[in-house]
Design a protein around this ligand. Structure first.
Ligand code: ADP
Length: 209
C-alpha cells in the first residue's frame, strides 16, 4: 500500500490590497507547493510581449476581467504541471462564478477538490490606502485611482459572492488581514492547522504526524 499523498490545495481570496499575494507566496513556500497567481502570469506575458500578453494588455490596464475561457485554460495548463500535483495556492483565480464552475470541473475530473479557502479580510479604506502606497512603490499600470476603483467594484460585485459558494462547503477560513505581515501569516497557519492541514517540513507529511 502506498502512503496517502498529502494534499494542500488552497485558494486565497481577498480584495486588492489585502496582502493576498504576499501571504500566498509564504503559504505556498511553507507547504512546498507552487503559488499560482493569474495576475502575475498575465503581467509576465504582457512584459514578454507574447500572444497572450497582447490579447490581455488593454483589459488589464482597464482593470477589467480577462475572459473566463482564456483564464481557466491558462490555470488548467498551469495546474497540470508536475509541480502542482500535490497542491497549489491559487491567488486571483477563481474570481467569479463561472471560474468557480470551471475550476470545480477541472479538479473533479482529476478526483481532486480544494482543501481550504483563506479569506483575507481588510476594510475598504485600508486596502485603498495600501494600493495607493503600492502605486508609489511599484508603479503598476493598473494602480491608478480610476482603475483601482474599477477593480474593487468588480471584486465586490463578482468575487466576494464566490465565498458564499465555498462557505456552503465548509472550507472557508476568514482571517483578519490587518496586522503585521508575520501576524497575518501566523493566523493563516493556525486556521489551516485547525483543519488538520499542517506545514510540511522537508517534504515530510506534517498532517499525518
Ligand atoms: P488585483 O487582485 O490587485 O486586481 P491581480 O494581479 O490579481 O491584481 O490581477 C491583475 C489583473 O489581471 C486583473 O485586474 C485582471 O485584468 C487580470 N486577472 C487576474 N486574474 C484574473 C481572473 N481570474 N480572471 C480574469 N482576469 C484576471
Amino acid at each position: 500500500m502506498t502512503a496517502p499523498v498529502p494534499s494542500a490545495r488552497f485558494l486565497i481570496v481577498g480584495p486588492q490590497g489585502s496582502g493576498k499575494g504576499t501571504q500566498g507566496v509564504l503559504v505556498a513556500e511553507a507547504f512546498g507547493v507552487p503559488q499560482v497567481a493569474t495576475g502575475d502570469i498575465f503581467r509576465e506575458n504582457v512584459k514578454g510581449g507574447t500572444e497572450l500578453g497582447k490579447k490581455v494588455q488593454a483589459i488589464i490596464e482597464a482593470g477589467d476581467l480577462v475572459s473566463d475561457e482564456l483564464t481557466s485554460e491558462l490555470v488548467r495548463d498551469r495546474l497540470e504541471q508536475p509541480d502542482a500535483a500535490g497542491g497549489f495556492v491559487l491567488d486571483g483565480y477563481p474570481r467569479n462564478r463561472g471560474q468557480v464552475d470551471d475550476l470545480d470541473a477541472f479538479l473533479a475530473s482529476r478526483g481532486e477538490a480544494l482543501d481550504a479557502v483563506i479569506e483575507l479580510s481588510v476594510p475598504r479604506e485600508e486596502s485603498i490606502a495600501r494600493l495607493r502606497q503600492r502605486a508609489l512603490d511599484q508603479g503598476r499600470t493598473d494602480d491608478t485611482e480610476e482603475v483601482i476603483a474599477n477593480r474593487l467594484a468588480i471584486y465586490e460585485r463578482e468575487t466576494a459572492p464566490i465565498l458564499e459558494v465555498y462557505r456552503e462547503r465548509g472550507i472557508v477560513d476568514e482571517v483578519d488581514g490587518v496586522g503585521t505581515l508575520e501576524e497575518v501569516t501566523e493566523r493563516i497557519f493556525e486556521a489551516l492547522a485547525a483543519r488538520g492541514l499542517s506545514v510540511r517540513h522537508n517534504g515530510g507529511n506534517g498532517a499525518a504526524a
